[in-house]
Design a protein around this ligand. Structure first.
Ligand SMILES: [Ca+2]
Ligand SMILES: [Ca+2]
Length: 319
């Protein structure tokens, strides 16, 4: 009896291919984890609270891993996406989920539409059943912007800084409702800052005369007004300079010597108040003299909008 050739061939193939096929099958059947992101939720504008659901869809426990958070212009992860944070993920049993949270800062300026993408096992520490299903994007996020502009009259300039967004010169483009912009007046030599103005210039002026605009949601335009400096000087005769208190609504005041001080103010744009103590040591105040604007027997001299240098003298006489 003779074995048919075709049957022999089949037996040979089985004999040769059998162990290899069995090995492949064993490989396929070998339990492996399979991490995937099943949910990405985001709240916030520039500081984002991120909530990520990490699932192990595989057949073996996934060891601890890392989830990378990136910011992308589209919903597809790519190598040029900016990494804004990573989250350590715990071990996850098969068919179980882990909830991860993080707070990340969006790099400035991210305006318009973007996505927060979470990728499981970003360091590729784990051998998974599927490696291509690890990333998931949030819903589209939108950040609108507003501009804040600082302008200056002759005699000075303005610098600008912001907590988020970008400034070019004294114009800042910032995420709406999520930035603090600070405009700083810089007087040129011989000039003084007189004040801020503008029809749409919200905010407050701090002790350094800076305009601080918090969380603007509409266009802001502030103008810093400068004017040539005028000096209002006071003398106290024999009394110490501290016998007179000097204040101004614009510019600045200082003690300049043992018996003198004064204010440097923008011409025509400041009110200076000089108040003499009734006594100083063994001396008693006895009236103001000097320029006409100063002359009074009252302790307080108020000089409104001086446009020339003035000198006021407080007379102190022995008691
Ligand atoms: Ca996977
Ligand atoms: Ca992996």
């Amino acid at each position: 009896m003779r074995t048919p050739l075709t049957a022999l061939a089949v037996v040979l193939v089985l004999a040769v291919g059998g162990p290899a096929l069995a090995s492949d099958a064993a490989q396929r059947a070998k339990p492996k984890p399979d991490l995937k992101i099943t949910q990405v939720e985001v709240t916030g504008t520039t500081s984002l609270s991120v909530s990520v659901q990490l699932k192990n869809a595989g057949t073996r426990k996934a060891g601890s891993s890392t989830v990378a958070l990136t910011v992308s212009r589209d919903a597809t992860a790519s190598s040029d996406d900016a990494v804004v944070g990573t989250v350590k993920a715990p071990k996850v049993k098969p068919r179980k989920k882990a909830e991860l949270t993080a707070t990340v800062q969006v790099p400035a300026p991210t305006v318009g539409t973007y996505y927060l993408i979470a990728c499981a096992d970003s360091t590729d520490k784990l051998k998974e059943r599927k490696e291509g299903n690890n990333c998931r994007a949030s819903a589209a996020l939108t950040v609108s912007t507003v501009t804040v502009t600082g302008a200056a009259t002759a005699g000075g300039s303005v610098t600008a800084a912001t907590s988020a967004g970008v400034c070019s010169g004294a114009t800042c483009t910032v995420p709406s409702g999520a930035a603090t912009v600070t405009l700083t007046p810089v007087a040129a030599a011989g000039n003084s800052f007189a004040g801020w103005s503008g029809a749409s210039c919200p905010g407050t002026t701090d002790t350094q005369k800076r305009r601080v605009i918090t969380n603007p949601t509409a266009t802001v335009a502030c103008t810093a007004t400068f004017a040539p400096s005028r000096a209002v000087t006071y003398n106290t005769g024999g009394a110490p300079a501290s016998a007179v208190a000097a204040t101004t609504t614009a510019g600045s005041c200082a003690v300049n010597g043992a018996n003198t001080g004064g204010c440097t103010v923008p011409s025509g744009a400041a009110t200076v108040t000089l108040t003499a103590s009734s006594t100083s040591g063994g001396l008693a105040f006895n009236g103001w003299s000097g320029d006409a604007a100063c002359t009074t027997t009252n302790a307080t001299v108020t000089i409104t909008n001086p446009t020339a240098d003035l000198t006021c003298t407080a007379a102190y006489l022995p008691i």
